[in-house]
Ligand binder design. Structure first.
Ligand SMILES: Cc1ncc(COP(=O)(O)O)c(C=O)c1O
Length: 382
């Protein structure tokens, strides 16, 4: 009996392999400092949990429209208007099962076998496989117009951009998006803009949605966002998408056949969160400023390790230092886990060998202790 060709061609997740090794060490009683988390270490703010309780008590337990219930549709529209001055009507937004599912549904809606999708490096681990599952081919480019120009071909149907970026923490400037959107005018290339870390920007960095830049940009951009990162709601599984009617209509058709709608309680919680009442805004700011403080502490510590270069993360909750002076990143991550007992994700998983992704979704003590252990392992005399 055979499994499908599509599934056999999927890459096994490097992150999950590292997680399994960490667990094996923990099972032996060895305490591992985990700097590999891809999710906030904060609890979901209690006001969001209360909104869900209220919905449960009110007996909210039925299927809703595929795109979401009326509250959630209004909250999504309000969110895009409030944060990026983007006007979408009710047929231009859809909620899905986490941003992951918003993304895979968007790829499914616009890619066909033989097409090409340009993915900017470093990239979030799942993009290449999501593209391959549609039968299209991932093509990689740096986040620069010159590199994108080289990657563009007659087969290009999509460019995926992710700012603030996982894994680098880079926030792409408005000028980059302006140049990109200008370059694409007159083509039939979609832009999928993954803005899941929108809330988490530091210092004077500003998040820009390419959809907001011109009429043409608006008509070719599919905006992906969600509640997972900014509101610490990873397990609630709510992703949101906004874009041109035809794409959202196609995603609605796909979702209707795959899973009808997302859980109704999660819809109610997400509608509340996206409306960002003042008590929630305070919580969002607390989390954002904690990540920023941890980033500063991290940069101070990492600068003490010789031959490691790290650009300053401007957003999200990751740092992505270059450890290439210390050899292959996968072997290094394994050694640092097995011998220094610090877990991180090798850059190869993100298309950037030589780097290690360090999560700032950990306590300041763990971040400092983890980096000191790495330093002591790599340069015992420093
Ligand atoms: C860049 C990026 N996009 C999308 C997602 C998926 O988010 P969700 O948990 O809402 O599916 C993640 C999660 O790690 C991410 O880092």
């Amino acid at each position: 009996m055979k499994l499908s060709k599509r599934v056999l061609e999927l890459e096994a997740s490097v992150t999950l392999a590292m997680k399994a090794k960490s667990k094996a060490l923990a099972d032996q009683g060895i305490s591992v400092i985990s700097l590999s988390a891809g999710e906030p270490d904060f609890e979901t703010p209690s006001c969001i949990v209360q909104a869900a309780h209220k919905a449960l008590d009110a007996g909210v337990s039925r299927y809703t429209a595929v795109r979401g219930n009326d509250d959630l549709i209004s909250a999504m529209r309000h969110k895009f208007k409030r944060d990026q001055n983007l006007d979408y009507d009710a047929t231009q937004v859809i909620s899905s099962c986490g941003a992951k599912s918003s993304l895979s549904m968007a790829f499914d809606a616009v890619l066909s076998p033989g097409d090409e999708a340009i993915i900017l490096t470093p990239y979030w681990v799942s993009y290449p496989d999501m593209v391959k599952l549609t039968g299209a081919k991932p093509v990689f480019a740096q986040p620069s117009i010159e590199s994108i120009e080289q990657a563009l071909s007659e087969k290009t149907r999509v460019i995926i951009v992710n700012s603030p970026n996982n894994p680098s923490g880079q926030v792409l400037p408005k000028s980059f998006f302006q140049d990109l959107m200008k370059k694409l005018e007159g083509t039939d290339v979609w832009v999928i803009s993954d803005e899941i870390y929108e809330h988490l920007v530091f210092d004077d960095a500003r998040h820009i949605s390419p959809a907001s830049l011109s009429k043409d940009a608006y008509s070719r951009t599919i905006v992906i966002n969600g509640v997972s990162k900014g509101y610490a709601m990873t397990g609630w599984r709510v992703g949101i998408t906004a874009g041109p009617k035809e794409v959202i209509g196609a995603m609605t058709k796909l979702q209707g056949q795959r899973y009808t709608c997302i859980p109704t309680i999660a819809q109610k919680a997400a509608a509340y969160a996206l409306s960002e009442p003042p008590e929630l805004q305070t919580e969002i700011e607390k989390m954002r400023s904690a990540y920023q403080e941890r980033r500063d502490k991290f940069l101070e510590e990492i600068s003490k390790i010789p031959n490691v270069k790290c650009s300053k993360p401007q957003g999200a909750f990751y740092a992505f230092p270059d450890f290439s002076a210390y050899g292959d990143d996968i072997a290094l991550a394994e050694k640092l886990l097995g011998e220094a007992h610090v877990s991180m994700v090798p850059g190869s998983a993100f298309g950037a060998p030589g780097h290690l992704r360090i999560s700032l979704a950990a306590s300041e003590e763990d971040i400092v202790a983890g980096v000191q252990k790495i330093g002591a392992y790599l340069s015992p005399r420093t």
